[in-house]
Design a protein around this ligand. Structure first.
Ligand SMILES: Cc1cc2nc3c(=O)[nH]c(=O)nc-3n(C[C@H](O)[C@H](O)[C@H](O)COP(=O)(O)O)c2cc1C
Length: 249
């Protein structure tokens, strides 16, 4: 049998043990909650910083676009105020290899009532049947194709480098869906023969269609056949136009 003081001592020990066990289990859970809260806070700060970065990037993009546009407007005004000067084929001041492939050109066909234009990267200027000619290659899927088929003439125009965004637009959007002249902020002019030309252009060639035909796919090399197969598009048409006028600003 235990006496009263021994019993009190034993209960005290048991109580202290229980308390210490409790405090041992409580302490780490409080700490992990604190750590979790810190983590949540850090994540929120990170997310805030990321949102700030995205916002700054969007602002930068907007400023860049505004700058590009301002430069293009400046260029537009400069070109608009300049008068066209007619030049001969041998006076063309451009590097032929760059003209289509790198600078890009814009082909346009139609009349004052209805015309369309699009960017082209395939084409050349050369000699055929003792004539100075422009050759271009247009897919029958383009809206411009209808205008090339229906009209006797077409024009190809070069634009200042500052207008590259507009050229990209003219090569991305179809005239079936949008008024591309308005969309690219261009000013259409009409040549004496009634063909479309653009005031913002710095070099334009007017051509009389002398040959138009679709490539015969059975005569294409396998590489080119694969090219069309991969894209699931129809074979291009070739248009050869006799140069009737060349203008430069
Ligand atoms: C840089 C560049 C070059 C292009 N070159 C040609 C080309 O030589 N022939 C062609 O059929 N399409 C070419 N395209 C695609 C047309 O410009 C594009 O499909 C355009 O939206 C057609 O417009 P449309 O439907 O109003 O005629 C080119 C596009 C770009 C961006």
């Amino acid at each position: 049998m235990m006496n009263a003081s021994a019993r009190t001592w034993l209960f005290g020990c048991l109580f202290l043990c229980a308390c210490s066990r409790e405090s041992q289990t409580e302490a780490p859970s409080a700490k992990s909650e604190e750590a979790q809260a810190e983590l949540v806070k850090a994540k929120a700060i990170q997310e805030e910083e990321l949102a700030e970065l995205v916002k700054a990037r969007a602002l930068q993009e907007k400023e860049r676009a505004a700058l590009v546009r301002a430069k293009a407007i400046q260029e537009d005004r400069k070109m608009n105020s300049k008068a066209w000067k007619e030049i001969a084929p041998r006076e063309i001041p451009y590097n032929m290899a760059r003209l289509f492939g790198e600078d890009w050109m814009v082909v346009a066909a139609g009349n004052k009532e209805k015309a369309n234009l699009m960017t082209i990267g395939w084409g050349s200027i050369g000699r055929l049947w003792s004539k100075d000619v422009v050759t271009i290659y247009v897919s029958p899927s383009r809206y411009t194709f209808d205008f090339l088929q229906k009209n006797d003439h077409f024009t190809v125009s070069h634009f200042p480098e500052a207008m590259r965004d507009q050229l990209a637009y003219l090569g991305r959007v179809s005239g079936r869906d949008e008024d591309k002249v308005a969309g690219a902020h261009l000013t259409a002019e009409w040549t004496e023969l009634g063909n479309p030309r653009y005031a913002e252009s710095d070099f334009a060639i007017e051509c009389k269609k002398i040959y138009a035909a679709q490539f015969d796919s059975s005569l294409l090399q396998q590489e080119q056949r694969d090219w069309y197969k991969q894209r699931g598009i129809d074979v291009h048409y070739m248009y050869i136009g006799e140069i009737v006028h060349i203008w430069q600003k």
